[in-house]
Design a protein around this ligand. Structure first.
Ligand code: AMP
Length: 444
C-alpha cells in the first residue's frame, strides 16, 4: 500500500516524499480514506502510531479541494490538543505536510501573550491548532468565529479530560456549527470519552491500533528496585556505569524534576528540566537543546513531555513510575521508534508496587527486575505479576522486639507520597486495563 493508493493528492505526496514517509502506518491506512470520504472518526491511537498524519493529511486535502476561501477571523479546520507542546508539535507536522498547498495554518495556546495571536487571526486561518482554554479566550474576545468551520479534530481527547478541560470542550462544542466533520483520537476509551464521543460524533467509524512500541516489542524494558531515598544516587551510578549519552527521564512532580536537575547539575552533569510551571519559551528551549544533543539529560513530568517527538531516543528512564498506568506506554513510546531498539528502565521503590502492578496488568507482562550492587533496597518491593496482583508473601511469625531492631520494617510496603503535588493530569490509578487488552465489545 502507498499514500497514493489511499487517494492523497500530488502536493501532499511530494511533502511525504521530502519527509521520507514511504508506507502508511496502520492508523493512516484506515483513517485517510475515511476522512477523505467525509466520515466522522473515533480512533484509539496514541503518539508513535503516526496518528497526526492520519488526520492532518486528509484534512489538508479537504481544505485544499473543498469549501470557500477563509474570511476574517474565521477558521476552517480546528485541531484541539491538551498541551502547548503538542500544539507546537502538531502544528509543525501540519506545516510540513502543507508545504506545497496554498493553505494558512497557525497554533494558539496559553502561557504566551494573546495579542500577537489576535493579530494573526485577523485575516483568518485555514487550519488552527489550539489548546481549549486559549481558544475559548480568543472566541470570547471576538478574535475567532466558527461559522466557516468544517472539521474539528480532538487529539488526545483522554488527556484533555484528564487535564480538566471538559467544561471548555462543552463550551467550544456549543459554539461550533452543528454540521461538521469530527475526528476524535484518544489513547484510552473511558466512559467519559465515550460520552464525549456520543455528543460530538455522528455515526463515527471506529479505528483501533495497538501502541506500536509495546506491540512491536522493540523496547527492552526492565525495573531496578531501590529505596526511594537512594534513587538520585542510583541514577547517577547507572548513568556513569552505562555511559548513557542521551536520556529522557520522567519524574512524578515538578519539585521532583527540579530536585533531580539540581542534583545532576551540581555534579557537573549536563541536565535540564521541563514541567508545567516553567514558561513555554523555557520549555521549548530545553527541548530544542535536548533534541540538538546540547543537553544530555532532560527530566520531565508527564504533562510537559506529552507529545514530545524525539527521533531515535535510545533510552527512557522512569525515575518515578507514573500514577496513571497508560502514561507508562506514552513514556516508553519515546524510544524504540521506527523499528529501532530502545530501552526503558524504571527505578522502583517499595511504595510504588501498586503502580508497577497496574503497568504490568495494562501491558500484560511482568517486567524483569534487577538490583544494582550496593543499592539493594532495604524496603523490599513486593513481587508482582501481570495478573494485577501484588503477590503477598506469607507472614512470618513475629520476632520478639530487640532493643535496636524494632523500627526496621524490612520487606513491608510503606505507603507514602511526595509532599508536592503531581502535575495536574493525574487521575486515580485504574486497576482495570482499558487499552490493548484483546478484543473488546464496542458500543453500537
Ligand atoms: P505521531 O504518532 O503522529 O506522533 O508520529 C510519530 C512519528 O512518526 C513522527 O515523527 C512522524 O513524523 C513519524 N511518521 C508518521 N507517519 C509516518 C510514516 N508513514 N512513515 C514514517 N514515519 C512516519
Amino acid at each position: 500500500m502507498t499514500f497514493a493508493t489511499l487517494g492523497l493528492i500530488e502536493p501532499l505526496l511530494r511533502s511525504l516524499e521530502t519527509l521520507g514517509y514511504q508506507t502508511p502506518t496502520p492508523v493512516q491506512a484506515q483513517a485517510i480514506p475515511a476522512v477523505l470520504a467525509g466520515r466522522d472518526l473515533m480512533a484509539a491511537a496514541q503518539t508513535g502510531t503516526g496518528k497526526t498524519a492520519g488526520f492532518a493529511l486528509p484534512l489538508l486535502q479537504l481544505l485544499a479541494m473543498e469549501g470557500p476561501k477563509v474570511t476574517a477571523n474565521s477558521v476552517r479546520a480546528l485541531i484541539l490538543v491538551p498541551t502547548r507542546e503538542l500544539a507546537e508539535q502538531v502544528h509543525e507536522a501540519v506545516r510540513q505536510y502543507a508545504e506545497n498547498l496554498p493553505l494558512s495554518t497557525y497554533a494558539v495556546y496559553g502561557g504566551v501573550s494573546i495579542n500577537p495571536q489576535m493579530m494573526k487571526l485577523r485575516k483568518g486561518v485555514d487550519l488552527l491548532v489550539a489548546t481549549p482554554g486559549r481558544l475559548l479566550d480568543l472566541f470570547r474576545q471576538n478574535a475567532l468565529k466558527f461559522n466557516q468551520l468544517q472539521t474539528l479534530v480532538l487529539d488526545e481527547a483522554d488527556r484533555m479530560l484528564d487535564l480538566g478541560f471538559s467544561e471548555e470542550l462543552g463550551n467550544i462544542y456549543k459554539a461550533l456549527p452543528k454540521k461538521r466533520q469530527t475526528l476524535l483520537f484518544s489513547a484510552t476509551f473511558s466512559d467519559a470519552i465515550r460520552t464525549l464521543a456520543g455528543q460530538m460524533l455522528n455515526d463515527p467509524l471506529s479505528i483501533e491500533v495497538s501502541p506500536r512500541n509495546v506491540a512491536a516489542n522493540t523496547v527492552k524494558q526492565w525495573v531496578v528496585t531501590v529505596d526511594k531515598k537512594r534513587k538520585p544516587e542510583l541514577f547517577v551510578h547507572l548513568l556513569r556505569k552505562s555511559k548513557w549519552k542521551q536520556v529522557l527521564v520522567f519524574a512524578k512532580t515538578r519539585n521532583g524534576v527540579d530536585a533531580l536537575v539540581e542534583k545532576l547539575q551540581g555534579l557537573g552533569i549536563n541536565a535540564d528540566g521541563i514541567h508545567g510551571d516553567k514558561p513555554q519559551a523555557t520549555r521549548q528551549r530545553a527541548l530544542d537543546r535536548f533534541k540538538a544533543s546540547e543537553v544530555q539529560i532532560l527530566v520531565a513530568t508527564d504533562v510537559a513531555a506529552r507529545g514530545l517527538d524525539i527521533e531515535d531516543l535510545p533510552l527512557v528512564v522512569n525515575f518515578d513510575l507514573p500514577i496513571v498506568a497508560e502514561d507508562y506506554i506514552h513514556r516508553i513510546g519515546r524510544t524504540g521508534r521506527a523499528g529501532n531498539t530502545g530501552q526503558a528502565i524504571s527505578l522502583v521503590c517499595a511504595d510504588e508496587v501498586n503502580l508497577l502492578s497496574a503497568i504490568e496488568t495494562l501491558t500484560r507482562q511482568t517486567l524483569p527486575r534487577q538490583m544494582e550492587h550496593d543499592f539493594e533496597p532495604e524496603h523490599r518491593v513486593p513481587d508482582t505479576d501481570a495478573s494485577g496482583q501484588v503477590v503477598k508473601k506469607p507472614k512470618k511469625p513475629k520476632k520478639p522486639k530487640t532493643s535496636s531492631g524494632g523500627k526496621r520494617n524490612l520487606g513491608k510496603w510503606v505507603e507514602s507520597g511526595d509532599a508536592s503535588a503531581p502535575e495536574p493530569s493525574i487521575k486515580p490509578v485504574r486497576k482495570v486495563p482499558v487499552f490493548n487488552t484483546g478484543p473488546r465489545k464496542r458500543k453500537p
